[in-house]
Write a protein that binds this ligand. Sequence first.
Ligand code: 261
Length: 403
Amino acid sequence: MTSTLSWIDEITMEELEKDPYPFYERLRKEAPLAYIPILGTYAATTEELCRTIANSADFEAVITPAGGRTFGHPAVIGVNGEIHEDLRSMVDPALQPSEVDRWVDSLVRPIARRYVEQIENDGKADLVAQYCEPVSVRALGDLLGLHEVSSDKLREWFRKLSNSFTNAAMDDEGNFVNPAGFDQGDEAKAEIRAIVGPMIDNWIVNPDDSAISHWLHDGMPEGKVRDRDYIYPTLYVFLLGAMQEPGHAMASTIAGLFTRPEQFERVIDDPALIPRAVAESLRWTSPIWSATARTNTKDVTVDGVFLPAGSVVMMAYGSANHDENEYNAPSAYDIDRPPLPHLAFGAGNHACAGTYFANKVCHIGLEELFEAVPNVERDDTKEIDFWGWGFRGPTELHVTWEV
Ligand code: 261
């Protein structure tokens, strides 16, 4: 299947990964709901279409082809009805704001302090590898109960799962262009099962306060636990998105602030501005840029486009968050813009379960960093390269400071 506009047929995954914004800007103008041959799916690219489809009774969640190949079934992002309700009832309790408020500071602040201490006397760092990613994975890793798994191993897992999940390129016959791209995801999953499996064996007989232990036991009849094969796909969702994206969000916030030195100075002087700086960053470079999808349960026509029942529509939230009809100069990072809602955490009944926790991790992480090294500066000798179409953020963030 080809699209009606020939330029849409020519886009490559490499171009999208390097910089999806020009392509999606043109889609928003000329074909806001379009079939994208390289993805083998439709894409919804404006704020209105994403919000409408995410809340529509004619659509339900579906995992993308490469996502399904990577996570298997039943992953919480790709199921509906009773299974979705059960998986949300499993993951939601620990992530309720009132619950998170009870422990998030004592969980995350010491972690942030520990990673700050490892760099604060160096006068320079790559904040992605040495701070944002480690804080992100350690916070969630400890919450899940994966204390024994090193931060470097958790970073390796999310990277392998992420590369596999976004290995989306499809040919005209509906086959993956690069099947070997799933090998690293398979490798990560095999290792996850080898390491987490014995931990699950233990949690079955010795429940504790870790999230995975609760996933096994909560809401189950006396003496019964959820089957591990039922839990694994949703654990992979967490080990990818929930591990990677707070790190992306912190790094993008710092990169955004580097584009506005005067705003950066205000945030350093007044940490109360950090939540605003993070919120604008989530709009500006949405970490989950285009990774979730919906399918229509019957034939529908949306925005003049006929979608036969069972079509797959990717939600390009990173594009919706640059919608010119919603945001003035959307590609500018600006903490002073009107704080309009954004779609970085999705919408509807599949909206992110971890919104509150993820924001807290970012706030606390940046508070501790800016408090310890308030004179942090961008290392101008190094580029800041953003990468990713499914998930997006700076690949490295080199900074210096006077010690
Ligand atoms: C925790 C959210 O994780 C994901 C979201 C969307 C796609 C893949 C993910 O792992």
